[in-house]
Design a protein around this ligand. Structure first.
Ligand SMILES: Cc1cc2nc3c(=O)[nH]c(=O)nc-3n(C[C@H](O)[C@H](O)[C@H](O)COP(=O)(O)OP(=O)(O)OC[C@H]3O[C@@H](n4cnc5c(N)ncnc54)[C@H](O)[C@@H]3O)c2cc1C
Length: 390
């Protein structure tokens, strides 16, 4: 039977980062990533919009994002001169109506106290800075002056995974269908083809499959898929200023951003409208009925647009509070979670991976104190809400 000191289930951005930072931080034990889809086309990471922002309400989320930013800024030192993730540092612009403005101001204060570089804009400031935007009905917005934008998530994940493999991490293709537990220890996993692998520590980095994986060990984890659509559209009349503009979020959650010479957009549904079938079909009525009217009202240049493609992805959704769950299980101490990032896990992947490496190597956090993100709040059903979930 194969034996590894650390078995990481899931080789998306989080699992790849855990392996990468274990090696980078000097872990000398053996490590395997077990991944069922080695094309990486169905995981969250490859289907993410690749955004990175500091516009959160929770200090931990800001710190996790800043860690990812530092990695992007040092990409070539970290991975070599060819490394490129196409970071477009064009900012986020989160807009607010009168009722939302006090929350935006409160969040802005938390962000500035935690190292973000954002500015609040009111009324006419908005249309002066963004001439393509109609500010009617808005009290203001918060704009990322630096450190926010988007990149190619597939490339970022691949850089960490390949660097980890180059340093001896084993990539095993297979689906974990069984988890063996001896009292308060996980002893190993069983793959769909019957192969058994024993482990010292297991890391749950299974994305949307995290809840199902935990259940194999008899542990409840409220993380599962939530279907999301991203629409790519062409806007022939778009100005250069609009192409250079930020990822813009309307008070009702509708968002858009430039993507090459096109744009992408989406919205997270209300709880009662959440799709219940987790296939890959796209619902175009959402674009027609919920997105286009809102986009065209806010940006008149978007009155003449055409959807040219689209995709479906599934959020790794934490149903308790939409924040990451990071840390060891309080009783089953060799099971480490890095799950439930609910739409902001791409940018948090590197920091989450580093945090996992610190827990495995030192039994405590050294870089970012993520104790509040631990499983304990899940067990107690005491949510730690993030107000800025997009
Ligand atoms: C449409 C969309 C847009 C998004 N936009 C953003 C954004 O702009 N910014 C941002 O920060 N985040 C965004 N996200 C969220 C982000 O993509 C995820 O939070 C993040 O990628 C999670 O990474 P992960 O490694 O945990 O999961 P994944 O990338 O899904 O990796 C988990 C892996 O585990 C494997 N796996 C699962 N179960 C098993 C098993 N039993 N055995 C073996 N392998 C298994 C899967 O095949 C998968 O490859 C978005 C997500 C979606 C869907």
């Amino acid at each position: 039977m194969k034996t590894y000191d650390v078995v990481i289930v899931g080789g998306g951005v989080v699992g790849s980062a855990a392996a990468y930072y274990l090696k980078k931080n000097g872990f000398t034990g053996t490590i395997a990533i077990v991944e069922k889809d080695t094309t990486w086309q169905f995981g969250c990471t490859g289907r993410s919009a690749g955004g990175l922002r500091q516009q959160f309400s929770t200090p931990e989320n800001i710190a996790l994002s800043l860690f990812g930013l530092k990695l992007v800024r040092n990409l070539k030192q970290e991975f070599g001169p060819e490394a490129d993730v196409g970071f477009k540092e064009q900012g986020y612009l989160i807009l607010a109506s009168d009722s939302g403005m006090p929350i935006l101001e409160e969040n802005h204060a938390v962000q500035m106290a935690n190292g973000a570089d954002n500015v609040l804009l009111y009324g006419d400031d908005l249309s002066q800075r963004f001439p393509w935007l109609v500010a009617d009905g808005l009290a203001g917005g918060c704009f990322g002056l630096a450190g926010e934008g988007w990149m190619d998530p597939y490339s970022m994940m691949g850089l960490m995974r390949k660097a980890a493999i180059a340093q001896g991490v084993q990539l095993i293709q297979g689906e974990v269908t069984g988890v063996s537990r001896d009292g308060n220890r996980i002893t190993g996993v069983t793959l769909a083809d019957g192969e058994k692998i024993s482990c010292g520590t297991i890391v749950n980095a299974a994305g949307t499959g995290a809840g199902a994986l935990a259940a194999l060990a008899g542990i409840e984890l409220p993380v599962g898929p939530r279907k999301r659509y991203v629409y790519v559209f062409d806007c022939p009349a778009a100005t250069e200023a609009l192409h250079k503009g930020p990822l813009t979020v309307q008070p009702n959650g509708v968002w858009f951003r430039p993507e090459g010479r096109n744009f992408i957009c989406g919205v997270s549904p209300e709880e009662h409208d959440e799709p219940t079938v987790f296939d890959w079909e796209v619902d175009y009525s959402i674009f027609e009925e919920q997105l286009w009217p809102v986009l065209a009202e806010r940006v008149p240049l978007f009155e003449a647009i055409k959807v040219i493609s689209s995709w479906t992805g599934h959020y790794d959704y934490n149903a308790l509070d939409q924040n990451g769950i990071i840390g060891a299980h309080p009783e089953v101490g060799n099971l480490i979670f890095a799950n439930g990032f609910s739409g902001h896990g791409f940018q948090q992947g590197p920091a989450a991976g580093n945090a996992v490496s610190e827990l495995i190597m030192h039994g405590a956090y050294r870089t970012i104190d993520l104790n509040r993100f631990g499983y304990e709040r899940i067990a107690l059903k005491e949510p730690l809400f993030e107000k800025n979930v997009i």
